[in-house]
Structures are given as C-alpha cells and as structure tokens.
Design a protein around this ligand. Structure first.
Ligand code: NAD
Ligand code: UDP
Length: 337
C-alpha cells in the first residue's frame, strides 16, 4: 500500500539509504533533518523525485505534519559528533522522541525508533540478548548518547503501555557503508580514509576490543521488516551482523583491500569504550525472518569504492578552487559505490 512516510534524520548516513529504499518501494517520503551531521549531498539525487520532500527542522521542536508512518533516526551517532554538544544530544533523543511519539499518537500511526547497542554499555553478558539490561555509566562521556537512547526506549514502551501506540524499537549494532561521514571518527570510515590516504591507521588501546559490523543494506532490510510487523510485536530487537572481529583484524583487512602501505599505530583507548560487542540476533531471525547476507569483506569493498571516489572528487574540487576564475566543481553524488 502506498504511504507517506516521515524519516527523521533522513539526511544522515542510514536515513538517506532508508529514504531511497522507501521511495523505491513506491512510497512518498518526508525527510526531516537539521543537517547537524547529515548533508544535502546524501540526498541530492532524491531532490528531483516528486515523491520526496525535504524539511529542515530540529526534532526537539514540535512538528505538525500528516503522515502514515514514522522512522525516528534523528540523532548524531558517532562519539565525536554526539560529544560535541552533549546536552543537545540528550535533548535530541529524549525531546525528539516525545515530539515524534506525540505526532504518532495524534495520527494513530506506527513509529519506529532507531535505538542502539550502546544501551548495553560495556556489556558483562556476551553476546548481547535483548533481555540484558546493560552496563552503562550514567555520568561518563558517552552517557549523553547512551542514556538519551535508553530514555527514548522507556518513552516508546510507556507510549505503548499507556496509549496503546503501535511503536517499534530496533537496537542497531555498528553499521557501515557508503555515505558514512568521512570525518566522524567512526572506526570503519577512519580506517578506510587513513588507508586510502596512506596515513597511519590509528588503533585505540591494544586493538583487541571487538565489534560486529553490519552492512547498511542489510540493516535497512531489517528496519523495513520491523515496521511491517503486527501490532503485538514491539521489540526491542537487535539488528546487526553477529560475526565479530577485533579492531586490529578490521584494520588489517582494510589495509589488504585498499592495497595500502599504511602502518598500524596505537593511541589511548577513549573512556568507557566497550571491550566487546556482538549481537544475539535470534529474535530478529524468529520475528523478522531476517539475517544479514553481506560479509565484511564484500561490504568493505563497496565502502572503500565510495570513499575512494569521494576523496578523489574532494581533491579535484580543492585543486579547481585554487585556479584563477575557478568554476565550482560538480557536486559529489552519493551513489558512487
Ligand atoms: P548520522 O549522524 O549520519 O545521521 C543522523 C541524522 O540526524 C543526521 O542527518 C543529523 O543531521 C540528524 N539530526 C541530528 N540531530 C537532529 C535534530 N535535533 N533534528 C533533526 N535532525 C537531527 O548517523 P547514522 O549513523 O545515520 O545514525 C542514524 C540513527 O541510527 C541515529 O539515531 C543513531 O543513533 C542510530 N544508530 C546508528 C548506528 C550506526 O552504526 N550507524 C548504530 C546504532 C544506532
Ligand atoms: N577505534 C579505533 N581507531 C579509530 C576509531 C575507533 O581503534 O580510529 C575503535 C574505538 O576505540 C572502538 C571501536 O574502534 O573500540 C569502534 O569505534 P566506533 O567509534 O566506530 O564505534 P563504537 O565505539 O561506538 O562502537
């Protein structure tokens, strides 16, 4: 059925892929973003589509629109970005959730929250199942994000219990792919940009901490499937790729795929950096019939191609801009991988 769907944070990495997927499925998309971390470049290719509408708006302010479904993704996601203005980060998660839940309640529509594996903090249970309540520092550098997202989950489940809302929560584990921000400090983008530029690869700590990396296309499949579940299933449900790698293994794989001569260098581990993270996705398998299909090597190849193209274009824009009477270089299009 044709729907008009609101995607908050639609100009970001995941949001832009979701907008694209929903348009491809024949829906209308209202993309709402304040472009704090997202960029118009991510959605330039959608602007001419008559079914796509862009609204610059901050979700910490109320929004009055008419839509049939809401995906709530607005929130900076990388530690560098969410720690830049931590108070705004918590406001975005908490007040943003209240505003979007209020909208869903008024319209009596489904709403899906992009929550995070960070709700498990530095987990003492491994792999993480949805029943695990987490090990989160409430007063640390990551707390604005972790606790903001935890509070948003609380709000979602209170709206379900108190107002009978058909709300859904997915807990997203580390996801990567084309359109990640090149300077957001996340490990996949950092390593690829460093390897492509021939710079040292920065391993924080001893590089033995683990993460499980999900390719963006797999993740978007799961989000759409979750939205399609019946009124009795709300999650929270883990979405991620359960194949676990050490950060050092990731670095070595990136160096191999890029064919780079970069060296590994060790830097201090940021505070509260989780030692290990791996999703138990049994619930997603059972309720969504979903599991990831794209292996890290394959996903990295597509992501490296994207960054290679982006860096080449940025370098040529920079060169062109230094020429006398320079014309603006063509804007980078996003679907380059
Ligand atoms: P991103 O930073 O690329 O996208 C977030 C988008 O939200 C950006 O376009 C940003 O401009 C927008 N935004 C931020 N604050 C806003 C506000 N107050 N009002 C309106 N728009 C606002 O990050 P992403 O990786 O695409 O993450 C999207 C969502 O998924 C986030 O909620 C994040 O917490 C969640 N998530 C992502 C990952 C991951 O690995 N990428 C993992 C767990 C959870
Ligand atoms: N990391 C690293 N080098 C970098 C960036 C990150 O070793 O240049 C490490 C980081 O300390 C963490 C892991 O990689 O242990 C994943 O970091 P990211 O910020 O991507 O995600 P998160 O910690 O939120 O899972």
């Amino acid at each position: 059925m044709h729907k008009r769907i609101l995607v908050t944070g639609g100009g970001g990495f995941l949001g832009s892929h979701l907008c694209e997927r929903l348009l491809d499925a024949g829906h209308e998309v209202l993309c709402v973003d304040n472009f704090f971390t997202g960029t118009r470049r991510n959605i330039t290719h959608l602007l001419d589509n008559k079914s796509f509408e862009l609204l610059r708006h901050d979700v910490t302010f109320p929004l009055y629109v008419e839509v049939d479904e809401i995906y709530n993704l607005a929130c900076p996601a990388s530690p560098i970005h969410y720690q830049f203005d931590p108070v705004q980060t918590t406001k975005t998660s908490v007040i943003g959730a209240i505003n979007m839940l209020g909208l869903a309640k008024r319209l009596k529509i489904k709403i899906l929250q992009a929550s995070t594996s960070e709700v498990y903090g530095d987990p003492s249970v491994h792999p993480q199942r949805e029943e695990y309540w987490g090990n989160v520092n409430p007063v640390g550098m990551r707390s604005c994000y972790d606790e903001g997202k935890r509070c948003a989950e609380t709000l979602f489940f209170d709206y379900i219990r108190q107002h009978g809302l058909n709300a859904k929560v997915v807990r997203i584990f580390n996801t990567y792919g084309p359109r990640m921000h090149p300077n957001d400090g996340r490990v996949v983008s950092n390593f690829i940009v460093q390897a492509l530029s021939g710079e040292d690869i920065t391993l924080y700590g001893d590089g033995k901490q683990t993460r499980s990396f999900c390719y963006v296309d797999d993740l978007i499949d799961a989000m759409v499937l979750m939205m399609g579940t019946g009124p009795d299933f709300h999650g929270p449900v883990n979405i991620g790729n359960p194949v676990e790698f050490t950060i050092r293994e990731l670095a070595e794989l990136v160096i191999e795929l890029v064919g780079s001569k970069s060296n590994l260098v060790f830097r201090p581990l940021p505070s509260d950096d989780p030692r290990q993270r791996q999703p138990d996705i049994s619930l997603a398998r059972k309720e969504l019939g979903w599991e990831p299909t794209i292996a890290l090597r394959q996903g990295l190849e597509a992501t490296i191609a994207y960054f290679d193209n982006l860096l080449t274009r940025e370098a040529s824009e920079e060169l062109l801009s230094r020429l006398p009477n320079a014309q603006p270089a063509p804007r980078v299009l996003s679907r380059t991988a």
